[in-house]
Design a protein around this ligand. Structure first.
Ligand code: THU
Length: 163
């Protein structure tokens, strides 16, 4: 019998510690939460992807009365980015969630306290772009702390990679 450990490097930051570029990307993800269509869950997620050509592409979750037909913010952003900019690498991804519809949108309090982490389906979808074009840094925004991981694969060990 052999055993091995799989480790992920997670760096925790405060908002003020972020680089200007990372702060900008986080602000784009936060802004994108405003464009979510989430009448069922009321959980408004925003994702912002920095492309290799410097463009930032945003997406938000889009729900549907036929529940499984909706899509998460991360995949909305990734598919939008790839369809509008085919062949261009994703360099960074930031994610934020607005969880309190009772609070005025301009107020910081409405954002989730803990870092927002992408679901398994989005990890798998994003991994494919990473496999094609190189590591995508992941910035998980929470209003109390921010996690930065070096890649999608660090969020998804033993992923399906038969492509
Ligand atoms: N959602 C996302 O947009 N991203 C995630 O990583 C997790 C969940 C959306 C799906 C649904 O519209 C709502 O959040 C509640 O699950």
């Amino acid at each position: 019998m052999k055993e091995f450990e799989i480790k992920s490097l997670v760096k925790e930051y405060s908002y003020d510690e972020l680089s200007d570029l990372d702060r900008r990307l986080v602000e784009c993800a936060k802004e994108a939460t405003r464009r979510a269509y989430a009448p069922f869950s009321k959980y408004q997620v925003g994702a912002a992807i920095l492309l290799d050509n410097g463009k930032i592409v945003e997406g938000s979750n889009q729900e549907n009365a036929a529940y499984p037909s909706g899509l998460c913010a991360e995949r909305t952003a990734a598919f939008y980015a790839s369809s509008a900019n085919p062949g261009i690498a994703f360099r960074k991804l930031a994610i934020a969630a607005w969880i309190d519809p009772g609070i005025d949108k301009d107020q910081e309090e409405g954002f989730q306290k803990n870092p927002v982490s992408p679901c398994g389906g989005c990890r798998q979808a994003l991994l494919e772009y990473e496999y094609l074009y190189g590591d995508i840094e992941v910035i998980l925004y929470g209003k109390e702390k921010i996690y930065i991981l070096p890649s999608i694969k660090s969020l998804l060990p033993f992923s399906f990679t038969n492509f």
